[in-house]
Structure formats: C-alpha cells, structure tokens
Design a protein around this ligand. Sequence first.
Ligand SMILES: [Zn+2]
Length: 270
Amino acid sequence: MTFAAAVRSAALLALTATACATATSRVELDGITVVTARRHFNNVHAIVAGDRVLLVDAGLQADAPALDRQLRRAGVDLSRLVAIVVTHGHADHAGGAPWFRERYGAPILAGAGDASMLQRGRNGPLCPTDGTARRQLDHHQHARFTGFTADRSIEGSLALGPEFGVPVTGSVTAGHTEGSLVLTSPAAAWVGDLFRGTILGHGAATHFYMCDLADNQRDVDALLAAAPGVTRYFVGHFGPLSRRRVARWAASRSTRDPAPHGRARARRTG
Ligand SMILES: [Zn+2]
C-alpha cells in the first residue's frame, strides 16, 4: 500500500468508526416502528407493533447488554419482547440471542438449516467477495459464541402475526447460510446478510461473504419481484436502504460478467 493509500484507508476507517460503528435510528412505516441499534457495525432491529416488540438479530454475544441499553434508551420497551428472530447463524447476528431470551423469556426463532451452526456456536465456511472481506476472513471465520438451540425452527415460511402479534412473515432464503431468513411486512423487509448497505452513503452492495453470487442475485431479484410494496430494506450491516437503491444495485449487478461467481464458488471448495 502506498502512503497516500494508507492515509486514505486510515481516514476512511476513522470516518466509519465515528460515523457508523455505533448508532441508533428509527423509521416509522405503516403502523410499525423500526428502531435499529448498531454496535460494531452489526445491526439489531426492534420492530414495535402496538404493544409488541420483535427483535430481528441480536448482535455479538459480548455486545448484548450494551445493545439492550441502547434500545431501551431509544424508547423500546423490551419487557414487551415477544420473540427474537435470528436471520442466520453467524456470530454477529445470533451470538446475543440467548442473552435476550434469558432476560426477557422470549423464544428464539431461526431457520432450520442453521440449527447445527447455532448449536456449535461457530460460523460455517465463509467465502469473501472482496479485498476487505479477505483481510478480515480469519477474524470472522473464527468468531465464536456460546452454542444454543432455537425454540422454533422455520422451514419454508412462517407468518408471525397470528402467534406473536407482529405482522411479518419469515421465509427461508438459503444462500448466505443454509437457514438464512428474510422477514417481510407489507412495507418493509429485513434481509439479514442477503445484501448489505454501503459503508458510506445509502447504496446497496454485495455482502462481504457469499459463496454463490449467481444464486444470491436470483434471490435478490425474486425478493424485489415478490414484494413490490416493500419500500424499506433493513440489512445486517449499514443501511437501511430504499427500494430504488436496492433495485438500482440489483440491475447494475446483473449486467456484469458472471466470472466472479465462479471464482467465489471455487474458493469455497478450495
Ligand atoms: Zn452473516
């Protein structure tokens, strides 16, 4: 790295560390409120519907108490927590879930395909999609959390409204992990790591780790087509994103050379 590149990189790091590492945001949508607490660049979303609260993801195990304080400071009454949905079994999404379950007595819901990852408390094989991810791979591949069993395993899809009073549906969207879930309400989607936000700005980007980019692209296109009323996408990292930004990114991506997909796939088996 040249000195200029090093300075740019340090400046970007400082900017992102101050602007994005820890933050809280609130979005009102069609009768629900979404409060997002970000810690170490990982998002936890509290969906508030009437007197019910649903958590989407729970951050790193070590961050759970701080995320709890952050959400309560933002006015989320976690004594009303009805469930914790883990979008997938990676440490930065699932690690804190048992802490919230223990504290509030709410069940954990997760995709059936990630059950063994959750029980082991370790991430499955990660396929980096860019240089940043390759540099971080060792750290992320070896992340650990105390293994646990979800109270409910979702196969196919599950409407949470009837049982939990929060009008969202969880659907298994295998790709980033086998049991990855996408949640949708009439106006919003919570996509976990199906894609991410850009580090700066409000765009969408390919997630740092994805083994089959062609399959990922099909899933994103299918989500856009299947839920045309969704205007807001809540992602695991950075965001949230408007439909226009996601659609623009998805369209630009589909015109690119498919060669990187093959390279990503090769790394998985290598
Ligand atoms: Zn992930």
